[in-house]
Design a binder for this molecule. Structure first.
Ligand SMILES: Nc1ncnc2c1ncn2[C@@H]1O[C@H](COP(=O)(O)OP(=O)(O)OP(=O)(O)O)[C@@H](O)[C@H]1O
Ligand SMILES: [Mg+2]
Length: 607
């Protein structure tokens, strides 16, 4: 806990003045509240007991009223001082977390559920804010009130104070026990809330599949299981607080009862004045609020500790794919686009050693060359493409661009020099224009951007975008108009083209198009992207035949390289794969009867 707090100190640093001011006002409010019993003591002893003038009564009464008012003002100020800084902390942490998530490599995102990340970005940070803005100052003010109160009680009447303390001492042990258990339960509850968020996210995302498969009921059942776990933990937490609160308030109350008895006895014996006794008792009463509050604040602090732990679980993940310390001289603009795989091997993070997805890939792609990547499903084609922009790093061997190991290049430049059209065309909520120009050079002026947009759309055969309801300004993606699988694919292809990359990586980008359109797009691509090195995962002979060379992958190994004609003539494995793939295509085509068949196919897979 202390360690975690030390680690967010840099965040608190700029707002420490306000936090200290908040604490000071809280302190002043406490003193004000505790002054009232002293006035009371005077009122009882000297004014009422001493039979003073009415004016003195009015003055003393007025003083109590003024003190009350002052306390209210101070409490208001405490709020004012604490709200702004805590929102600042939440805002900063949230932005940093988001930036961090963007920098973390795909391998991290492969192994983390979205809901867990979501709950860390939202409710956990909310908790941290509430603690900094409220919990910390309240904790401070409670402790101060209790300490000052005890000192005052001690100075008024040590015997009674001792009795009171004896009743309150076991509280320390109870508090420690409670905070440990509460922290464990908080962590559990926060993790379960994360699972619940994942569940919601997945079922909302996959709502179409769930409906189509009639699994909505099942999804609800699963959700209910998660929800009841969260509920159970919350109930346990509630019960723990209830028991704690009851103990925390009962013990001092009992002590207070004894104090009352002993005190009355002392008063009767004339050992203590009525005024001093009422002051003592009023002080003890004022303290009962903070003592009760203390439980809640300790609970909040324990929940904060759990939230900080969860935050640092993610914040401590070091991005493994980062800029090199001494980057090579390389700019996207000046790049030639030569690509080489040098004995490259790759294995996914949680796979066992020996379960390499790619092995000893040794391949050279000349500048401007189009290389088709062919292989049966699961042979590692998509993985190979993702090694180039360092979405993953090789586990052995190297990938080189223009003769530099990609790990020696600044990520920004490397990624500006490459563009990928992924198998599943993910589009963002936004207009067609925004989606297509996502990776385009931001320095283009409006005219150039518009020309590029047109060229990209035309090359990708995405002219249909013009006839959408609001043309290129039509919102697509999650919150917008739904496009067909083939339409999405073509927008995603246009997006890759608009980068005007030196190396273009196309992962089966035309699978949803009919053969004639595919051929037209492929030919046009070659024309527009003259000089662009292209790696294209392809299935159809028509696309493969247009490539300069073809590489055949089998179980992660390069088993043949050559032109389509050469491989067809010489390599039975290639003939087998091509024939197989063709047969597969034809089957699907016949089944679905037309150009959209693969869009639907892919959408199904994408979910
Ligand atoms: N993120 C991942 N984490 C773990 N394993 C993965 C991941 N992505 C792919 N794999 C595994 O790596 C192997 C190669 O997958 P890859 O996606 O590269 O195949 P592919 O040749 O593109 O197949 P397809 O033609 O079906 O697209 C598969 O066995 C797959 O299960
Ligand atoms: Mg693939």
């Amino acid at each position: 806990m202390r360690r975690a707090l030390r680690r967010i100190w840099w965040l608190v640093e700029p707002i420490k003045v306000r936090i200290v001011l908040g604490m000071l006002t809280a302190f002043a409010a406490t003193l004000t509240a505790l002054l009232m019993p002293q006035v009371l003591s005077y009122l009882v002893n000297d004014v009422i007991g001493g039979g003073a003038a009415v004016a003195a009564v009015v003055i003393a009464g007025g003083l109590v009223a003024v003190l009350g008012l002052l306390e209210a003002v101070l409490l208001f100020l405490r709020r004012v001082f604490s709200v702004n800084p805590s929102t600042h902390v939440e805002y900063t942490l949230r932005n940093r977390l988001f930036g961090h998530l963007q920098r973390l490599p795909l391998s991290f995102h492969d192994s983390w559920e979205s809901g867990q990340l979501l709950s860390r970005a939202m409710p956990d940070l909310n908790l941290i804010r509430r603690w900094l803005g409220f919990g910390l100052i309240m904790l401070f003010s409670d402790i101060v009130t209790i300490t000052v109160g005890v000192v005052l009680m001690w100075s008024t009447n040590p015997v009674l104070a001792l009795i009171y303390l004896c009743g309150a001492l076991p509280l320390i042990a109870i508090v420690v026990q409670f905070s440990l258990r509460f922290q464990r339960l908080s962590r559990l509850g926060q993790d379960q809330a994360g699972d619940l968020a994942t569940n919601v996210e997945q079922s909302v995302h996959g709502i179409r599949v769930l409906k189509a498969f009639g699994r909505s009921e099942h999804a609800l059942e699963q959700y209910t299981v998660h929800a009841s776990r969260v509920r159970e933990t919350e109930t346990r937490r509630g019960r723990l607080i209830a028991v704690f609160d009851a103990t925390v308030s009962t013990l001092p109350e009992i002590a207070l009862g004894v104090v009352l008895l002993v005190g009355l006895f002392q008063v009767a014996e004339g050992q203590v004045s009525v005024g001093a006794f009422s002051a003592f008792f009023a002080t003890a009463m004022i303290m009962s609020g903070p003592v009760m509050m203390l439980g809640q604040m300790i609970g909040q602090t324990a929940a904060l500790a759990a939230a900080l732990d969860r935050h640092f679980d993610v914040a401590d993940e070091r991005p493994s794919i980062v800029d090199p310390e001494r980057p090579a001289e390389f700019t996207a603009r000046g790049a030639r686009g030569e690509l080489e795989f040098r004995h490259a091997a790759f294995r996914y993070q949680d796979a066992r050693e020996g379960d390499e997805v790619l092995q000893d890939v040794h391949l050279r792609v000349r500048q401007g060359e189009t290389l088709a990547v062919v292989g049966v499903t699961g042979s590692g084609k998509s993985t190979l493409l993702q090694l180039v922009p360092r979405l993953y790093d090789t586990t052995a061997g190297q990938v080189l661009v223009d003769g530099h190991d990609v790990r020696e290049l600044r990520l920004e430049e490397l990624r500006a020099a490459t563009a990928v059209a992924f198998e599943d065309a993910t589009l963002f909520s936004g207009s067609v224009r925004e989606n297509v120009l996502l990776g385009a050079d931001p320095e283009l002026d409006e005219g150039e951007a518009e020309a590029l947009l047109e060229l990209a759309l035309e090359t990708a055969d995405a002219g249909f975008a013009h006839s959408l309801p609001e043309g290129l300004d039509t919102r697509i993606g999650e919150q917008g108009l739904s496009l067909s699988g083939g339409q999405r694919q073509r927008i995603a292809l246009a997006r890759a083209i608009a980068v005007r990359p030196k190396i273009l990586l196309l992962d089966d980008p035309l699978s949803a198009l009919d053969t004639a359109t595919e051929e037209r797009v492929t030919a046009r691509l070659r024309e527009v992207l003259e000089g662009t090195t292209t790696l294209v995962v392809a299935h159809r002979t028509s696309t493969v035949a247009l490539a300069d060379r073809v590489v055949l992958l089998d179980d992660g190994r390069v088993v043949a390289v050559g032109t389509h004609a050469e491989l067809m003539a010489d390599d039975p494995r290639y003939r087998f794969v091509m024939a197989d793939l063709q047969a597969e295509r034809v089957d699907v085509e016949q089944l679905a009867g037309g150009s959209q068949r693969n869009g639907a196919d892919r959408e199904g897979r994408g979910e």
